[in-house]
Design a protein around this ligand. Structure first.
Ligand SMILES: Nc1ncnc2c1ncn2[C@@H]1O[C@H](COP(=O)(O)OP(=O)(O)O)[C@@H](O)[C@H]1O
Ligand SMILES: [Mg+2]
Length: 275
């Protein structure tokens, strides 16, 4: 972690430059009448796994879309590696390919093969001609092979995407995102529809990729237990507001938002958030 030491009057304070995502008092609306998010504050440390949990319609997907520059806030600021996510921002356009976004629908092209889907992640690195003819240099093909092996899809390269199981489809979506060489991975309910065992296989896979590639993963989950198991921090969203930010330390659930709540109080608040 990089730290900058600053003198503030007579005392020292340490300001971390390790925050890859900083969201400050963000409000956003789809129809300029109702707010989908109301005054969201959060900051995410580089290389960590951050989870967002909440009921359907609470604003989780909206939050990911803001981080990806697909939406802009009506109020407040967002910084991704100190850059404002906005398609009109040149600086952001340059770094966009380093954000791997997996929508809830996965966004795979059904009628093309596993390898063809995965190679889509490398397209931003090709020159115009290579990209037009989808001619991938050998080192990109080798990179794809490495990633295919990492996600456990070796032998399935030529299979059409529509022929795959739910777990395999998710592996392809992860591989396509990793092919982008991302620094941030945004995944929207990627394991929600999977059985317990497959969900953990996919989560372990992401944890492994994170370690190898120093990825920051921001994942929307339905299941709080799974979120707490894998994430360093879990934000609980209710009706567009962040009502809790928690994590596991030892055998306790810790309240990082106010520092005031104990495990029982946190669970009570979480249960209330589902009402
Ligand atoms: N494209 C859209 N147009 C209008 N309202 C939307 C749109 N997408 C989401 N919303 C509304 O914004 C709120 C948050 O939605 P969303 O972020 O999708 O929630 P979640 O992912 O937690 O289920 C909901 O009230 C939803 O109806
Ligand atoms: Mg959603």
């Amino acid at each position: 972690m990089k730290l900058i030491q600053m003198t503030k009057t007579s005392s020292f304070s340490l300001i971390s430059t390790n925050k890859i995502i900083q969201i400050n008092n963000v409000w956003t609306s789809y129809d300029s009448k109702n707010f989908a998010l109301e005054g969201i504050n959060l900051s995410i440390d580089r290389g960590t796994n951050y989870a967002i949990v909440g009921q359907s319609g609470s604003g989780k997907s909206t939050l990911l879309k803001l981080m990806n520059g697909m939406m802009i806030p009506s109020q407040g600021t967002i910084k991704i590696d100190y850059v404002t996510p906005n398609m009109n921002n040149k600086k952001f356009k340059h770094m966009m390919h380093t954000i791997g976004y997996i929508p809830q629908s996965l966004g795979l092209v059904k009628n093309i093969t596993v390898i063809e889907n995965i190679m889509i992640g490398a397209l931003p690195r090709l020159n115009k001609i290579e990209s037009m003819f989808k001619r991938f240099p050998e080192h990109e093909i080798n990179e794809a092979k490495r990633i295919i092996s990492l996600v456990g899809l070796t032998g399935k390269e030529e299979r059409k995407a529509y022929m795959l199981s739910g777990g395999e489809k998710r592996r392809v979506a992860i591989a396509r995102a990793l092919m982008q060489k991302p620094t941030i991975l945004l995944a929207d309910e990627i394991v929600s529809e999977l059985d317990h065992v497959t969900a953990r296989e996919i989560m372990n896979l992401i944890a492994e990729a994170q370690k190898r590639m120093n990825l920051t993963a921001i994942m929307v989950h339905h299941d709080m237990q799974l979120a707490l198991e894998y994430a360093n921090r879990v934000a609980v969203i209710k009706e567009g507001q962040k009502i809790l930010e928690i994590g596991v330390e030892g055998d306790k659930i810790v309240d990082f938002q106010t520092g005031d709540l104990n495990t029982e109080e946190i669970m009570e608040m979480y249960d209330d958030s589902k009402k």
